[in-house]
Design a protein around this ligand. Sequence first.
Ligand SMILES: Nc1nc2c(ncn2[C@@H]2O[C@H](COP(=O)(O)O[C@H]3[C@@H](O)[C@H](n4cnc5c(=O)[nH]c(N)nc54)O[C@@H]3COP(=O)(O)O)[C@@H](O)[C@H]2O)c(=O)[nH]1
Length: 922
Amino acid sequence: MAKSAPHPMSQEFSRHRLTRLLWSLVLLGLFTSGGMTSYVAWRLAGIETRNTENHLTQQTMQLSLEQFRRLASESNSLTDALLRPPGTELPSSENAPLAALDAAVRAARQHGDDRLPLDALSEQVAQMKTLWAQAVQWRAAYPPVAQEAIGRDGAQARATLLADAARLTASGQQLLDALGVVAAEQIAAGHRQSDAALDNALTRLALLAGTVALAFLGLGVLISTHIRRQFVRLADLQQDNALLLNSAGDGVIGLTAEGRLRFINPAAAQMLGVPAGQMVGQPVSAVWQPADDDATPVAELGRSTERIVNRHCRLKRRGGTPLIVDYSALPMFHEGRHAGAVLTFRDISEAEATKAALLESEQKFRDLSEKSLVGIYIIQKGYFTYVNPHFANIFGYTREEIEGRLGPQDLAHPDDFEQVQRNIDKRLRGDVHSIDYRIRCRRKDGTLIHVELLGSATQYGGEPAIIGTLVDITERTRAETRVQYQAFHDSLTDLPNRLLCHDRLEQALKTARRLHQRVAVLFLDLDRFKHVNDSLGHPVGDALLVAVAGRLLHAVRQSDTVARLGGDEFILVLEAIDDHHTPAAIAQKIQHALSEPIQLDDQELIVTTSIGISLFPDDGEDAQTLIKNADAAMYQAKRGGRSTYAFYSPELTLTSTNWLSLESALRRAVPRGELYLDYQPQFDLNDARLIGAEALLRWRHPERGLIPPAEFIPLAEETGLILEIGEWVLNEACRQLAEWRDRGLTPPRLAVNLSRVQLARSDLLGTVTAALGAHRIEPHQLELEITEHCIMEHAEASTRVLHALRERGIRVAIDDFGTGYSSLACLKQLPIDCLKIDRSFIADIPQDTSNQAIVKAIIALGQLMQLDIVAEGVERDEQRHFLRDNGCHSAQGYLLGHPVAPATLEAMFAAGSPATSPAKRS
Ligand SMILES: Nc1nc2c(ncn2[C@@H]2O[C@H](COP(=O)(O)O[C@H]3[C@@H](O)[C@H](n4cnc5c(=O)[nH]c(N)nc54)O[C@@H]3COP(=O)(O)O)[C@@H](O)[C@H]2O)c(=O)[nH]1
């Protein structure tokens, strides 16, 4: 165990106190006995004074009595004196007895003894004074008669006087006796009183002395008990101290004023890595070794008389390991002199390391918050109690302007604050731990921003709090809004797109179901829009679409939906309609609105549209069905001659269903040999000579019979089957030519139709070259017909392909010319040999003067460009005449010859005349 000592401070304290206590008791005893002695002396002096006074009174009385006696004795001499003859002097001291008597009476009165006949005495003295005065008067006033008077009356006066004197003397004697008794009584009483007072005082003194002695005794007992207890306590204290020191977790070192170890407890020894028992008496530096980077003055620790509290010091343990301690030094004093110091310390290395880690961690979190690019906030009692700089920045305030002054209600948009409050309440109630949501807020400058909030409930300082982050998503929101808008709107016309159209239609259907109303879906497709696009360019096409969108919007109610599905397809959703008359009227209104020329820059365009109409609930229950059926009706309208509208009917669905089965049948048509070619002859209008033929594809379905190409070719184009079919057609045409050639016939020029799909997607040149090569056909015998629409659709690619074909010597004809809006500039670039005037222009000739003009223009153009001109669809003679008369030398049509089988055409070759009826095949 380490050496330990009684607590020096306690020892010192007890001795001083004891000394002071004893001195206090002695002084108290002295003061008390002095006071008592003074009291007794005072009491005794009072008694003596009274006794003395009694004696004086008695003496005065005796003196007075003497005076009375003298008065009595003097009475005779007084009478005698009075009786003396006048002129005889009266003794000067005749009134002395009276004065003495007076003094005696006054003295008696002064002492106030009511047993004396003082009043009577006074009266007698007064009478004697009167008598004396009479005697003096008499002597002075009546000297002549005085003798006589005195003689006469003298005896009487003398007798009276003597009697009075005797009486006075007797009274005086009585008085004296009385006085003597009184004086004796008083003296006795005085003595008794003095004795009693003295006894009393002595008794009290004795009692007091006894009490004081007892008090001293008690006090002594108390003091000795106290001292004994003090010493016991001191011993306990020493033991406690030793225990305390030994069991203390803190290190305790006692230092002498010279800086040597006076004691060291085990905890200190353990912390400093030294053996406790061996260190006492050694310099403090033997155990207390500051680390190199510490400047604590070790030597000063013992010498210093100042208290040092909670200082940190970096030490080296014996062995060198570092140690950080928190120490306090308390100077010790013994009998008023500085006797060293007590050093208490504790190892705070771990706490310091934890503190450093905490500080670092706190710094990290502070940095995280202060430098964060998201806003961080704490809300308590409805106010932001903390916001990071980015938060303040987002709102354009300083942190000081926000913290403790503003709350969510000041920053949130009024319309969104309720949501904020609801969420805060929920979190504080613990309904949800964390919520993230988006709201609108206002910056200090009033601008609106969008923020995303994330908050969790927690507590700070025992108060509920919300802590969270805030991100400014204004830009993101705008972008999202833009993207969302774009996702649901057509970028060109700004109309709702397919998605939004579906959504709106579904909404409309919901309402219609609830209110038992009807909804109409109008599917619009611009007629020949592609031709506009291709011939006038995409910018013009786009402008046309925008103009059409504007007209559509004007044609319907604001509550109706006008959407663009893409390309030249539009959808109109008409809500709450009464019957089918309303959509029909709207369709007509639209067609009328579009019939007005549209001015685009310097061009004036007229567009027509085909409209298909489906009705809810008659034609479908859902958006998809209604749109599909309106689409089918639109195709029906197109088939009906364009620029018209058609209502959906279940038969159209049947057609669509047929298409599906037709498609699979068509896939099998080539390998099964169900396809064949008819040939429509072409004649020279001047001499009716057969100059060529057009190969026209036919499909004989095993069950359905002959299916027209207008029905299955679009299907083949849509499914891509046209590539395979088109290749078959080319090969079959070449094979037929080769057959005719091989049989010695001079084959006419043979025209073969090409699909736009072939032109755009296949290796057309390769296919054609292969077909020609396979049947050794001269390229100039083959003419490829490509519609004007098709060329304009892919003008650049078409031109490239056509050039390649021309370079191979293959002829190129533009089919359906006049319907595709090809410009002269474009036409000039095309490597073509022939223009085929569309039969729609021929149909009303010669009645339709417009068509006449168009046909004449086309003929003139062909002549100008040195191209062959073939008129299609010549059915009547007047058409033939008109064409011939206007310079068109070639034609085909039912008037001249229907499409016929190869054998029929052969016969025509042979006969040199046209066949007039369609070919019949078995
Ligand atoms: N890509 C391919 N298209 C082809 C092929 N074979 C035909 N077709 C195209 O199919 C369309 C319809 O053709 P079809 O039913 O054969 O009709 C042709 C003639 O029968 C018809 N015609 C001819 N003369 C008259 C007439 O006086 N009146 C009248 N109403 N119709 C007439 O015209 C069609 C030929 O037209 P065109 O091709 O424009 O010269 C049709 O578009 C064909 O092109 C094929 O193999 N591949």
